[in-house]
Write a protein that binds this ligand. Structure first.
Ligand code: SF4
Length: 344
């Protein structure tokens, strides 16, 4: 089974900024999701799901899930929560979808809401924790604490939900040291999954204003890639899967001038995954001067990672070894994450 097929299929329904107690300094969900100006109600949910199941990409084998993203789902009025989840219910009972996931804030979990959500098919709750550093949370005006995140993870576990944590390295006041410390604390919480979204400056946000005023400096792209490689490796070594790295591009986000600054790259996650792959094979590479040319063999599915974005992975290998990579060949007998090097 390919990696793509082995991942669950998530059909997102965006509820841009709905249920949010305030607008966070970095957040512009309408641009991130390209979905503004529609009512989030039963009809909308049914329309999105009918479109999804009729799509040629819909694959029931991938255990499809419905996800309510882009707002504070658990803070919606209980009646609205029930309306939206009941709209999904027939699609679950007919076998099109397996379950529902929602994203929310760590300080917005009411027991009554959680019970209703569980009864109506929600299995996973993703928490926008962003950082586990109190100073970063205050400077970023998140309005919740790291303690709230710890309490939320424990509570959701106790209630029988799978728990995801979303982190946003690079917010105001953040540093490499604080990001490392955040990852250590998250590992201690043992969530079922993590998403890493390095902070970006999006037009129209308070963060954009601070950036223009010189009050905020975002991470550079290479800095963000590096810390995400390290964070991802630490989490996955602890068997905590990182299911998304970097913001997904959407048409309105890609419009000229919408991303004002920050470590944006359309293939950010791939840059990180390719960097992780490189770290894994680094010790197998010849030392500088050991070869003039090399041929590299790797499993087929890992060749894109080896080559890297626009062959930057091969350039990195050439810079490290001083040898020219003459060709890359498939060898599926090689274990995952490894390569075979032939010196020429
Ligand atoms: S709570 Fe989440 S969705 Fe709402 S404004 Fe803040 S970051 Fe955006």
């Amino acid at each position: 089974m390919s990696e793509r097929r082995s991942r669950p299929l998530i059909v997102p329904i965006f509820i841009p900024n709905q249920g949010c107690p305030h607008r966070c300094i970095f957040c512009e969900q309408e641009k991130i999701t390209s979905q503004a100006g529609y009512p989030v109600n039963r009809e909308h949910v049914e329309k999105v799901l009918y479109q999804a199941i009729q799509s040629k990409y819909f694959d029931p084998e991938r255990e499809p899930e419905v996800a309510f993203y882009g707002g504070t789902f658990t803070n919606l009025p209980l009646g609205r929560i029930k309306e939206l989840l009941r709209a999904v219910a027939p699609f679950i009972s007919r076998g099109f979808f397996r379950s529902i996931r929602v994203s929310t804030r760590p300080d917005a979990l009411g027991k009554e809401h959680l019970k209703a959500m569980k009864d109506l098919g929600v299995r996973t709750i993703e928490l926008g924790a962003q950082s586990m550093d109190e100073e970063v949370l205050v400077l970023s005006q998140r309005g919740h604490t790291a303690e709230d995140t710890i309490g939320a993870v424990h509570m959701l576990r106790a209630e029988g939900f799978r728990v995801g944590v979303q982190l946003m390295p690079g917010l105001p006041g953040d540093s490499q040291k604080k990001i490392r410390s955040t990852i250590t604390k998250i590992i201690g919480l043992r969530p079922d999954m993590v998403r890493l979204y390095p902070a970006l400056v999006i037009k129209g946000t308070k963060l954009a204003q601070w950036y223009e005023e010189g009050r905020y400096r975002p991470m550079a792209l290479d800095e963000a890639v590096k810390i995400c490689i390290e964070s991802c490796m630490r989490l996955e070594t602890e068997n905590i899967p990182v299911i998304r790295i970097g913001l997904m591009s959407s048409p309105s986000l890609l419009e000229n001038g919408q991303i004002v600054a920050g470590p944006w790259h359309t293939a950010f996650g791939f840059l990180v995954r390719s960097g992780i792959h490189y770290k894994g094979i680094e010790t197998e590479l010849p030392r500088p001067g050991e070869a003039l040319k090399i041929k590299i063999y790797a499993p087929k599915r890992e060749i894109p990672l080896l080559r890297g974005y626009k062959n930057q992975g091969l350039a990195r290998i050439e810079a490290r070894t001083g040898a020219r990579v003459t060709c890359v060949e498939i060898d599926d007998s090689i274990p995952s994450g490894r390569v075979k090097i032939e010196k020429i």
